[in-house]
Design a protein around this ligand. Sequence first.
Ligand code: FES
Length: 293
Amino acid sequence: MRPFDDIDRLANTPALDKVAAPLRDAVHKVLRRQDVKDALHGVWLGHPLHPVLAQLSIGSFASAGLLDAVPRTRRPAATLIAVGLVSAVPTAAAGWADYADGHEEQQRVGVVHAAANGVMLAGYVASLAARARGRSLRGALWGWAALAVGTAGATLGGHMAYHQAMGANHAEGYPHIGPGDWTDVGTVAELPEGEPTRRIVGDVGVLVVRHGDVVKALADRCAHASAPLHEGHLTGTDGSECVVCPWHGSVFRLDDGSVVHGPATAPQPTFRTRVRDGRLELAVTGYEAVPAS
Ligand code: FES
């Protein structure tokens, strides 16, 4: 058995839902404001915020662990631990925001990840307390123990990001796997007016929305977690027509796929469209998303 198979077992342990589900509901209750949620997800950054902030916390704690092993550097180590503890507050807030919009399997691993991080933070508080009493060796031992637990927690976080694709851009593959040329997807007339509809282009699903002879086309799988966007609904934001994801409510502009609201942070790929002899053709190709015509 490979070591990480055990983490997969966590993901497939429904007993964890007894803790994971109430925590998810509690986060939704606390995080009601859309602008706060967007800020914590990292919509403004175009990238999940949690792993960016985690760099500061993990880096501070790991550096403190190294300094504690070097003679006469335990005082700067304490400063780094304090930096890590302070930065852990926004790091955790961003993580909980992402957690609340995750899949059940991700949330099961997420509660263990959070528990490990909680134990780590308690260990660092004990470490600082020991140092404040002049017990620098005891403080270092607390710090190293906390670092060990935190490393296990960070490993779970990495598993959530890389293995469970939490925070990954789920629409990134579209331009790579779409057909390399214009593809006929049927007549324009058969597309319902102003309704999200799906068309298949090669092997990929594309969301199309028609207004008269103008057709907008976006990747159908949501960048956040692969929801079928054609099952969502349309809305207007700042004069732009947008689609609302049916699973977690991300909002994307139809014109350019940009993110209006998260949890998605990556834009939705858009595709070129053209009408010839009353038939709609789509071009799903190239690495860069191209504006819809
Ligand atoms: S799948 Fe989560 S917002 Fe679309």
